[in-house]
Design a protein around this ligand. Sequence first.
Ligand code: NDP
Length: 522
Amino acid sequence: MATVEQQVNRDAHNGATPNGAAAGTDIPVENPATGQVVAHVPDLDAAAVAELAARARDAQPQWEAFGFDGRARILLRAQKWLIEHAERVIETIVSETGKTYEDAEFAEIAYAAGAFGFWAKNAPRYLADERVKSAQVLLKGKKLILRHRPLGLVGVIGPWNYPLTNSFGDCIPALAAGNSVILKPSEVTPLTSLLLAEGLRECGLPEGVFQVATGRGPTGAALTEQVDMIMFTGSTRTGRKVAAAAAERLIPCSLELGGKDPMIVLSDADLERAANVAVYYSMQNAGQTCISIERAYVEAPVYDEFVGKVSEKVRALRVGAPHGPGSVDVGAITFPPQLSTISEHVTEAVDKGARVLAGGKAVEGVGGRFYEPTVLVDVDHTMKIMTEETFGPTLPIMKVADAEEAVRLANESPYGLGASVFTKDTARGEQIARRLEAGAANVNDAVVNYTALELPMGGAKASGLGSRHGAGGIRKYCSQQAIVVTPRLAMKRELHMFPYKAKTTRMIARLFKLMYGRGDRD
Ligand code: NDP
């Protein structure tokens, strides 16, 4: 059977050779910035996914046997490959997402290049056998080992907003741990994953260890039926379905879901910095980032000044089809239904009394799919723009009396992915960060926690289960095995074993009293 990469039918203008995939039955991949179809990919059914899984399982033992050093060698070659082919990868990402050159370079290439190196270096440390000491008297003299062993076959289901970072990025630690991986990218953005599969093969990754299952929702559901663990990034709605399917099969799952990340600006904040961070991290990648700033709460004394600065900066942003570095600031809306969600949230807010200070509508008559960078004020929590994930280039700003009101409103959400607080009093900022119900909280910055691969990145509440990055971000792709070794010269019969004798039982009871029953407790 040909691999999925071999079956991809790219349209002639992007340089790849068409190879006979039937475009009628396959999935068209559209450039959201131009509206042109750039390729077709196969829509794999459950039987095809099962075939990929069988191949992956055959390949896994050999990959595990490469050991940490052997796997690191391939990952480090892939790091170099990525940098050497950066232009081609950026072109592919831009062609299927419509994002700007810089959004692809800074938030995708930079992330993946760093991640290849990070997991190559840290997998052995995070997954090394641990010698454990037990307080249990029966275990004295025995050797206790905690071992992390790869699960076997990991499935990754990825979203369309960061085809390299969010989709492929989660495969890197799974591979570093010694698993085979099948990635189901969003059907909207499958090309980057396919290109990376090609790159990994060139770097010497054995056949079958990393495969891409292109397709729609049912392909993702079929993948969940085959794997030993599923890593999912996407909406809370679909995340629940994935978790239910994983529960049926009793396999672990890790979910990174939606967010409605709040930003709090206190009166003593550096307003120029706060405004720049607010504009960048609400509009970067056209707002299609799980941890983008989705709403801001600003203390009354600095509200007008902050709003003035933000509105001016947002009005200056250039939105449109990217054509190379520096051409535009804000790119396209990648996912077709997202444009309606953004429009609906803005329109509903305006109908309920919000004022638009910048943008406020879709960009018409340009061929692609764009939404004007938008700033809204006079907003409140009766509006979807303040409570539901908008995932677009929008920033609603709400005036609050004080930090207490800001914290209360920030936490008044089913989501809890990221949050940020701005103040020159960093100790107070840290105290407030600790009170925010979010998996990550930044003081005087936003989003950057994602780049700290040493820190867990995961959501609280309806924003997810588990996390990526850090020790937990690779251990989740392993099962734990406890190994207990009794030395060669152990007693022939341990004290507690048959036959039970009253004298021994009383002695053991005295021992328990000595160990656990001495002294006062209050
Ligand atoms: P979804 O969560 O619905 O889908 C993500 C992926 O899961 C897609 O590949 C999808 O395929 C697949 N999928 C759908 N149903 C199943 C299933 N039953 N089992 C396994 N996989 C399945 O995200 P969308 O792309 O539809 O975006 C919807 C919303 O999600 C956005 O508006 C945004 O709010 C949020 N989102 C959050 C992201 C984040 O980073 N946390 C990233 C992207 C989106 P298919 O597309 O064919 O349904």
